[in-house]
Design a protein around this ligand. Structure first.
Ligand code: FMN
Length: 148
C-alpha cells in the first residue's frame, strides 16, 4: 500500500472535484489518499511520509499564466517541499479559450523536475469538473496507481 498526498488550489470547485475523485479512485485501489486544500498546507517538508504527491491548480491569467491564489504561495515555496527524488504528477481544470490552457500543469511539472522530482504520469488537463470527463480522470488515476 502506498500513501498519496493530493493538494489542490481551486476557486470555483472544479479542480477540487477532480482532486476528490482521484483520491477516491486511488483509495479504491487499496492505497491511502489524503486530499488537502492548498490554503491549508505549508510547503515545509510537505511530502514527508508520502510515496507520491499530486498537485492540482487552476489558472486565472489572461495573457500571462496566473496560478490560483491559494496555490501560488505553495508553488513559490516548492523548494522547501521535499520534492527531490519524490514522485509527482499534476492536474487541472481549465478553459481552452485561454492561451495557457491548464497552464499550471506545465509550470508545476517543470518546477518539480528542476527540483529533482520524477513526474509519474502525463498531466491531466480538462474542462469543467470531474463529471465532465470521468474517463480522463480515471485514466489519469490508473496511470498514477500503475507507477506508485
Ligand atoms: C479571468 C480568468 C482567467 C482565466 N485564465 C485561464 C487560463 O489561463 N487557463 C485556463 O485553462 N483557464 C483559465 N480560466 C478558466 C478557469 O481556470 C476555469 O474556469 C477552471 O475550471 C477553474 O477551476 P477552479 O474552479 O478549480 O478554480 C480563467 C478564467 C477567468 C475568469
Amino acid at each position: 500500500m502506498s500513501k498519496v498526498l493530493i493538494i489542490y488550489g481551486s476557486s470555483t470547485g472544479n479542480t477540487e472535484s477532480i482532486a476528490q475523485k482521484i483520491g477516491e479512485l486511488i483509495a479504491a485501489a487499496g492505497h491511502e489518499a489524503d486530499v488537502k486544500n492548498a490554503a491549508d498546507v505549508n510547503a515545509d517538508n510537505l511530502t514527508e511520509g508520502y510515496d507520491a504527491t499530486l498537485f492540482g491548480c487552476s489558472a486565472w491569467g489572461e495573457e500571462e499564466l496566473e496560478m490560483q491564489d491559494d496555490f501560488l504561495p505553495l508553488f513559490e515555496a516548492f523548494d522547501k517541499a521535499g520534492l527531490s527524488g519524490h514522485k509527482v504528477a499534476a492536474f487541472a481544470s481549465g478553459d481552452q479559450a485561454y492561451p495557457h490552457f491548464c497552464g499550471a500543469v506545465d509550470a508545476i511539472e517543470e518546477r518539480a523536475k528542476e527540483l529533482g522530482a520524477t513526474v509519474i504520469a502525463e498531466g491531466l488537463k480538462m474542462e469543467g469538473d470531474a463529471s465532465n470527463d470521468p474517463g480522463a480522470v480515471s485514466a489519469f488515476a490508473q496511470d498514477i496507481i500503475k507507477n506508485l
